[in-house]
Design a protein. Structure first.
Length: 289
């Protein structure tokens, strides 16, 4: 799905419960003349300290695209403990999470969140940071997209600058400290989303990212997300037998088997959430500067 289609999907998913306005934060396409070709992998560093001194924690593949034969490496910074992809695809437009991101936006709005005043304006941070007007929004929402930015700190700064007085930044992210992330850490955790995920946050590193962007954590909770478990289990099973590429086996998963995995994932993450190890983080951040 291209970015235009993803943008439409996000807006369409929230049409029936939309606040005064929901805007996608996107900048026009303007690739640099010297930019690497699409699909090129480039060296990456920790978003916090700028070092490339990491411990390998995962090697995976693109479970969604059988044409992608690359392997992807995730490191954990020795100094900052931030997980990051290295090398990673060349910088470019942020790919939003499509239908999954749309569902996260819809689910968040459905709860009638206290961060959003009646008739408030929401900025969906699912594109290139820096496109939004300053001081124009009540909420800047990262619905599973902060992980996809080449520079998540700058993205958070631009989200903060887009807020009106009293506004909040809300981050919904896969929990790299959750039970699913730990169990499937070597390759199959769905939160890696190879190769679209660039950085992966647990509660500690999400707090650190907020602080570096001039934001204070007002609330940080662990939420239920059985889909992460179901996806991880599906990726694990895809590595066993079948066609040459795991993505082919993911696509070939029988609907009944997929439904069973979703039910199992729901039960597993419900138990993990009870002990504070759920698959999703949700943070409310307020400007501290």
């Amino acid at each position: 799905m291209d970015t235009a289609a993803c943008s439409t999907a996000v807006r369409g998913a929230v049409a029936s419960i939309q606040p005064a306005s929901l805007v996608d934060a996107r900048a026009p396409d303007a690739p640099r003349p010297d930019a690497p070709a699409p699909g090129t992998l480039v060296p990456a560093t920790c978003a916090f300290c700028g070092d490339d001194d990491g411990v390998p924690v995962a090697v995976g593949t693109n479970f969604a695209d059988p044409a992608d034969a690359a392997s992807y490496l995730v490191l954990r910074c020795r100094r900052c403990h931030l997980f990051y992809l290295n090398p990673r695809p060349a910088p470019g437009r942020v790919r939003d999470g499509g239908a999954a991101a749309a569902e996260r936006v819809r689910g968040w709005l459905r709860t009638r969140p206290r961060e959003l005043p009646p008739g408030g304006d929401v900025l969906a941070m699912d594109g290139a940071a820096g496109a939004a007007a300053a001081g124009a929004y009540d909420v800047a929402l990262f619905a599973g997209t902060l992980e996809r930015y080449d520079d998540p700190i700058t993205a958070l700064v631009h989200a903060r600058m887009a807020l009106r007085s009293g506004g909040r930044v809300v981050v919904i992210a896969a929990n790299a400290g959750g039970a699913a992330a730990r169990l499937f850490a070597g390759r199959h955790w769905a939160g890696y989303d190879f190769p679209h995920g660039r950085f992966f946050f647990d509660a500690r590193t999400l707090r650190a990212a907020a602080s570096r962007a001039g934001l204070a954590v007002e609330r940080l909770v662990v939420r239920y997300d059985g889909r992460c478990w179901a996806g991880s289990l599906e990726y694990l099973l895809a590595d066993v037998g079948g066609p040459p590429h795991p993505a082919d086996r993911v696509r070939a998963t029988h609907p009944a088997a997929r439904a069973a995995l979703r039910a199992l994932g729901a039960a597993l993450d419900a138990a993990a959430t009870l002990v504070g190890r759920g698959a999703r983080l949700e943070a409310t951040l307020r400007p501290s500067v």
